[in-house]
Write a protein that binds this ligand. Structure first.
Ligand SMILES: CC(C)(COP(=O)(O)OP(=O)(O)OC[C@H]1O[C@@H](n2cnc3c(N)ncnc32)[C@H](O)[C@@H]1OP(=O)(O)O)[C@@H](O)C(=O)NCCC(=O)NCCSC(=O)CC(=O)O
Length: 294
């Protein structure tokens, strides 16, 4: 067990390329506002253009599409696992950023010090996570080539476009809470791409709803920890990238609303998450005095 840990720690944390990584705006791959602007614009234009063009073209046959989809999903499933493990181990071995006590270390990763430098293993994994979101554009391409247009939802396109901006902001502002977001989202994506992989090889799992519930849970947890970070920033020593967390909060809230909507349309039986959704809607109605919130 100790040797497995030592091997993983070497390849995912202490390898010179990881340990000595520094994110430098304008030098590191994809580290400019211009790059993000071009990538997101190309994604959105190509999505709308291809969708329009594919209406009059035949769909790619399942014999070609399914194996490509399976390989794409498997790569993203394994990459997500690597990022989740890599970032967790990096947190466990970053005494310069976070203290040695495990609980204190966890909470310190939610509120990074104001003078944190964008270097070392944690920022290396943030950079890999950022670039992996561009690889996830492949999901959209596969949906369009298969003419599975009902799955090309607003939720899908909006998520894929804005998540790239979110990751860039994480790096640029050395944003607190990013290690939590990275580990939570990568873990959820191991399950999600595992689900997609099994669908693509023809073994549709029965636990689709579990995938959606895990997605919802990550956003709810993020709000819980954001509350802790808020009080730490205001009453404690301050948290790096605090104001950028506001952007993340709005993005997470919009995804949460879209996912509650997805759940209510796709699954009939109610669970505890639906009860929470109704409570959140009630609070929203009271706050804005409206009777119609979807
Ligand atoms: C269970 C979900 C993960 C997916 O719901 P769906 O209704 O889209 O799922 P589904 O049952 O139709 O998916 C199975 C179909 O997807 C195909 N498929 C396989 N791999 C894929 C891939 N990498 N990208 C897109 N589609 C893929 C399979 O071949 C199969 O096609 P066939 O049916 O032809 O055999 C859900 O929780 C969800 O996220 N819904 C929102 C839609 C979405 O785009 N989600 C991902 C981005 S949001 C996100 O990622 C949030 C986050 O960060 O957590």
């Amino acid at each position: 067990m100790a040797s497995v840990y030592a091997t993983l720690a070497y390849w995912l944390v202490n390898h010179p390329n990881i340990a000595n990584f520094t994110w430098t705006e304008g030098e590191t791959l994809g580290s400019t506002v211009f790059f993000v602007f071009v990538v997101v614009s190309v994604y959105l234009s190509a999505t709308f253009l291809l969708r329009y063009v594919m209406v009059s073209l035949p769909a790619l046959g399942p014999r070609i599409l399914k194996p490509i989809t399976a390989i794409h999903s498997l790569i993203l499933c394994l990459l997500s696992l690597t990022m989740a493990v890599g970032c967790t181990l990096s947190l466990a071995s970053s005494p310069d950023i976070v203290p040695s006590n495990p609980t204190a270390r966890f909470f310190r990763s939610i509120c990074l010090p104001l003078d944190v430098k964008p270097s070392g293993p944690l920022f290396f994994w943030a950079q890999v996570f950022y670039l992996s979101k561009i690889l996830e554009f492949g999901d959209t391409l596969l949906i369009i080539l298969g003419k599975s247009f009902q799955r090309l939802s607003f939720l899908h396109v909006y998520h894929h476009a804005v998540v790239v901006i979110m990751c860039f902001v994480w790096l640029r502002t050395r944003q607190s809470m990013f290690p939590f977001g990275l580990v939570a989202n990568s873990t959820v994506h191991v399950i999600m791409y595992g689900y997609y992989f099994l669908c693509a090889i023809g073994c549709r799992p029965k636990w689709k709803r579990l995938v959606t519930d895990c997605q919802v849970l990550q956003f709810l947890l993020a709000f819980g920890f954001a509350g802790w970070m808020f009080q730490e920033h205001v009453f404690g020593s301050g948290c790096s990238g605090f104001w950028a967390c506001g952007f993340n909060g709005v993005f997470n809230a919009s995804l949460l609303a879209l996912f509650f909507n997805f759940r209510s349309k796709n699954y009939a039986k109610k669970t505890i998450l639906d009860t929470w959704a109704e409570m959140i809607k009630d609070v929203g109605k009271k706050a804005i005095g409206s009777k119609k919130i979807d």
